[in-house]
Design a protein around this ligand. Structure first.
Ligand code: ZN
Length: 297
């Protein structure tokens, strides 16, 4: 990625270049289908397991695709400013694709780093005229960002990760993105295409900030913080310092270790590991000193 860096090496990954932007940690998307490491399903693609062993995932409908895509993103430069459609718009205009709701847990941010969430236009007319006049710097809503911040990005929200931010993203398994502004940058001598008409179709006006209200559940030696609970996913952060038994319910869970190391039911886990806890797992027994992002659908 033109905006990528080398921080993903801190998670134990071998990087293909010093401009590596994303690790797709848990994905069954056709553009990056993960391979299971270890255990009885070693070597199998997640998409294949999803189709052949539905009971592991709580028996989803036969026509459903694996619903989540979990990424770690290292931005050493500004990403383009984007907006995603909702499911209805994507189904109609993008060959039946899913829309995209996504959320970000900020792992690290450089001093003075910012992030783009929302815009400053009051009406659709104002949005149109600001875009037509190229007044993007005035249009975008840029706010400070620090480690531990959490953002939910609903479809229709203008957003961008900026230079110096490392984060974990949980999203619907979709690739549909409309690029609104790219800072007039050149890639191989040309500007990357913008999608102004589609962006204007889907941007919600005015932008309304919905504050994140985390709820905390304390265990003797662990804390489980729920950041968001929406139609597509529920996202928690699990902090363990010692030993804990965490009850799981519903369909499958994903877990991505973002700091430290420990054991999950006897299996060693460490920063950079991603795993799926099958439906019916029951209670997970964790020990060690680590933090993880846990998601369920
Ligand atoms: Zn996005």
């Amino acid at each position: 990625m033109i905006w990528g860096g080398t921080k993903l090496a801190d998670f134990g990954y071998v990087l293909p270049s010093d401009r590596t932007g994303e690790c797709w940690g848990i994905s069954a998307h056709e553009k990056g289908d993960c391979t299971v490491r270890g255990g009885r399903f070693d070597g199998q693609k997640l998409s294949e397991l999803w189709k052949t062993r539905p009971e592991l995932f709580g028996n989803p409908g036969a026509d459903e695709d694996f619903p989540l895509l979990i990424k770690i993103i290292d931005a050493q430069d500004d990403l383009s400013i984007q907006v995603h459609p909702d499911d209805a718009y994507a189904a109609e205009h993008e060959n039946g694709a899913c829309g995209k709701t996504e959320c970000w847990y900020v792992l690290d941010a450089a001093e003075g780093a910012t992030i783009v969430i929302g815009h400053n236009a009051k009406t659709p007319e104002e949005l149109r005229s600001m875009i037509a006049g190229g007044r993007f710097r005035e249009l975008i809503r840029e706010i400070p960002v620090k480690a531990g911040d959490f953002f939910q990005i609903e479809p229709g929200t203008v957003h961008a990760i900026k230079k110096g931010t490392l984060l974990l993203e949980t999203q619907e398994s979709s690739d549909v993105t409309y690029r609104l502004y790219d800072y007039d940058r050149l890639q191989n001598g040309v500007k990357r295409p913008l999608h102004i008409a589609r962006s204007l179709d889907v941007i919600r006006v005015p932008f309304e900030e919905k504050p994140i209200e985390p709820t905390v559940r304390n265990f003797p030696e662990a804390v489980l913080t729920r950041y968001v609970d929406c139609r597509f996913y529920t996202v928690y952060k699990l902090d363990v310092d010692g030993t804990a038994e965490i009850p799981l319910s519903g369909m499958f869970h994903t877990m991505s270790v973002i700091e430290g190391e420990g054991f999950l039911d006897g299996n060693r886990i460490a920063k950079g590991d991603h795993m799926i806890l099958a439906a019916g797992y029951g209670e997970m027994h964790v020990t060690g000193r680590f933090a993880a992002i846990v998601t369920r659908v």
